[in-house]
Ligand binder design. Structure first.
Ligand code: GUN
Length: 297
């Protein structure tokens, strides 16, 4: 069997198109333009690339983008004051503080200072609690993108065995929660899991989010399973230079899986598309308007 390749790049373009349509409708019918504020503290090169990309795509779908770049030595009070200003700004419907923050800043404190309804990352403890109890919340972007692709491919996920490898707050835990809310039987595996190959072999759905290049080989995958690869790892090529690989060994997994996301071009493009979707959703909720269908959990 050769797996069907799930094209995240094309899927993300479709999501952005739906977002752009809804943004146009909000402008035409209500005179409202959704706005996303992104806060970057410091000069981490990877974060700078992400933030630039977020700003560009926000503008491309017709929304307002507000970028706040602060020096690496910004103190906590200054950052919290900026967040408070954004919380109170009616033009700002979504707020994202790029992680990781410099070590002297308390990430939990900063994230929890964002008004939950503007927390388009879905990292605030209120949103985590709402998601965990099956209530309407802001849903973390990467897991939301994975869920959209899984629902599109399978229709219903009810009763499927899902194994999430990785237990981060950003991906693993919310992913497991979303799969549980869609009635999967969910296992969260991690670095201390005993007999990981055996656990993964039971899965109809495998979501790999550990940040270890190509750690899941094809021999762990059940014939016909769906493999979602969240990893983005840059590795050295034997002939020199570098290339991007996921957390699964694509070459061997593609031969046994029923469907698989590639790296690059799988989950990656969906993350920012879902951020834009969350911003429109937040804007609609803030204004008591109908939110777009199919763009949240
Ligand atoms: N850094 C890496 N991924 C993310 C993300 O999804 N949101 C934020 N805010 N920072 C990140």
């Amino acid at each position: 069997m050769t797996a069907q390749v799930i094209d995240g790049k094309a899927f993300a373009a479709t999501v952005r198109g739906k977002v752009a349509d809804h943004v146009a409708k909000l402008k035409d019918e209500h005179g409202i333009t959704p706005g996303l504020a992104v806060v970057l503290v410091g000069e981490d090169p990877a974060s700078q690339v992400y933030v630039r990309s977020k700003g560009k795509q926000t503008v491309e779908v017709g929304m307002n983008s507000y970028e706040h770049k602060l020096p690496a030595d910004t103190d906590e009070a200054t950052l919290l004051a900026l967040i408070e200003q954004l919380n109170n700004d009616p033009e700002v419907h979504g707020i994202l503080v790029q992680l990781p923050l410099p070590k002297h800043l308390d990430e939990d404190l900063v994230i929890n200072s964002i008004t939950p309804s503007k927390d388009v990352d879905g990292f605030h403890i209120s949103n985590v609690g709402l998601l965990g109890t099956g209530q309407k919340s802001m849903v973390p972007c990467t897991p939301l993108g994975c869920l959209m692709m899984l629902r599109d491919y399978h229709g219903s996920l009810s009763g499927m065995n899902a194994v999430v490898i990785g237990r981060s707050n950003i991906v693993g835990k919310p992913m497991a929660q979303l799969l549980l809310n869609d009635s999967c039987t969910v296992t969260i595996a991690h670095s201390r899991t005993k007999d990981l190959p055996e656990v993964v072999r039971r899965a109809d759905i495998v979501v790999a989010a550990v940040g270890r290049p190509e750690m899941v080989p094809g021999e762990w995958i059940k014939e016909g399973a769906t493999v979602i690869d969240v990893g983005i790892n840059r590795i050295e090529k034997p002939e020199g230079g570098t290339r991007l690989v996921g957390d699964v060994d694509y070459a061997s997994c593609v031969k046994v899986a029923g469907a698989i996301t590639p790296v690059p071009g799988g989950v990656g493009p969906m993350t920012i598309a879902c951020l834009l979707a969350n911003t429109v959703t937040a804007c609609c909720r803030a204004n008591g308007l109908t939110e777009p269908q199919g763009l949240t959990a």
